[in-house]
Design a protein around this ligand. Structure first.
Ligand SMILES: Nc1ncnc2c1ncn2[C@@H]1O[C@H](COP(=O)(O)OP(=O)(O)OP(=O)(O)O)[C@@H](O)[C@H]1O
Length: 359
């Protein structure tokens, strides 16, 4: 069981003739032993660079990586006991799956053959690779290759496990089962782990806490619940959630609500002085279609899905359309007139300029 800590971790890429790229600009985070942290953020925000620095595959420009309280920043990758499963597999083509899995183990530990074979067989079974142990990577599906990459990281019993889009090439069913299996293995073996993924659902279901990164810094760190229900910034609110939150520029009114386009008054979760420029956020599931009361709107489109529907609405007098979730079985046609209401307890409000939550 091992704690992982990043202290003011930084990376600037410098290449001749090009402006420097500040990929990671001071990360401070401490993972409890056995904790799984999900790292979320848009492309280019520095997720892979962070993992590579922890693994020792990239030099750091500043700051420290500590494993079990011990700085490992200056240690080469092979002396860190950090297991990495990359999206792009990095398997050895001439070796069989079994040899790919055993390779690092034998080289590193000079473990006896029987022990290595047992570990390989055990992990292969847990990630569903037993049937292809004697095949070579070229003959495997992309999902199988991804599982070999994962198994290879696990088989070494690392102190810290880094997973970079580990399930991205699996189909929906495989992803579901592998996701559960990854979580179980990580729990059982007590790995302290970081998972980088574009798949929010994956992060929300696997991770104990989530860090949302933007431009090389962590914008918010918290449980899935905290991040979804109390986004610290407009960016986090917008990034997490599908369909995306409705964000409407507004000005606070004397009655404590906020006026959108000077026309529609929306409730706010806090009392703010009038005349302040804000952005009001309402998640589609928190915008209810009501009977009599509420803001008047016109239906632009309605997409009925299996468990719910998504209505795209034009609030009267407001240019930007909004999305609202509808109950299953709801029938709506283009140009139908409806009314919608937002619960003040479930709305969000951000400073128009800084994007910081004002709740
Ligand atoms: N070797 C490199 N040399 C120069 N710049 C790089 C290098 N690797 C990454 N970058 C830049 O650093 C920034 C962060 O990249 P990084 O790959 O860490 O982001 P990411 O969040 O993992 O993105 P993605 O989700 O697309 O993988 C980007 O602007 C990227 O262009």
């Amino acid at each position: 069981m091992t704690e992982l800590e990043l202290r003011d971790l930084r990376k600037t890429y410098r290449a001749r003739g090009r402006p420097p790229v500040e990929a990671v600009r001071g990360l401070d985070v401490r993972l409890r032993s056995g904790e799984l942290l999900g790292l979320l953020g848009p492309s280019g925000c520095g997720k892979s660079t962070t993992l590579r620095m922890i693994a020792g595959l990239e030099t750091v420009t500043g700051g420290d990586v500590l494993v079990g309280g011990v700085p490992v920043t200056d240690r080469p990758a092979r002396r860190r006991n950090v297991g990495v499963a990359f999206e792009n597999y990095a398997l050895y083509p001439p070796l069989t799956v079994r040899e790919n899995l055993a390779f690092g183990l034998r080289a590193r530990r000079r473990a006896d053959r029987g022990d290595v074979d047992r570990r390989v067989a055990l992990i292969a079974e847990r990630v569903g690779l037993t049937a292809v142990l004697d095949d070579r990577p070229a003959t495997l599906s992309s999902g199988q290759k991804q599982r070999v990459s994962l198994a290879r990281a696990l088989v070494r019993e690392p102190d810290v496990l880094l997973l970079d889009e580990p399930l991205s090439h699996l189909d929906a069913a495989q992803r579901d089962t592998t996701r559960r299996e990854v979580k179980r293995i990580q729990r059982d073996l007590g790995h302290t782990a970081i998972l980088v993924t574009h798949d929010q659902e994956e992060a929300l279901s696997l991770a104990d806490r989530i860090a949302v990164m933007r431009d090389g810094v962590i914008e918010q760190l918290g449980t899935a619940h905290e991040i979804y229900d109390h986004p610290a910034t407009r960016f986090v609110a917008d990034f997490v959630g599908e369909p995306a939150i409705n964000l409407l520029p507004a000005v606070t009114a004397p009655d404590g609500r906020a006026a959108v386009s000077g026309a529609v008054l929306l409730p706010l979760p806090v009392r703010l002085p009038p005349g302040r420029e804000v952005v009001v956020g309402v998640r589609p599931e928190d915008l209810a279609l009501t009977g009599e009361d509420g803001v008047r709107a016109r239906v632009l489109a309605h997409e009925p899905l299996l468990e719910y529907g998504v209505a795209t609405l034009a609030l009267d007098g407001v240019e930007d359309p909004v999305a609202a979730l509808t109950d299953p079985g709801t029938r709506l046609a283009r140009d139908d007139r409806v009314r919608v209401a937002a619960d003040p307890g479930l709305t969000h409000v951000f400073d128009a300029e800084t994007g910081v939550s004002l709740r």
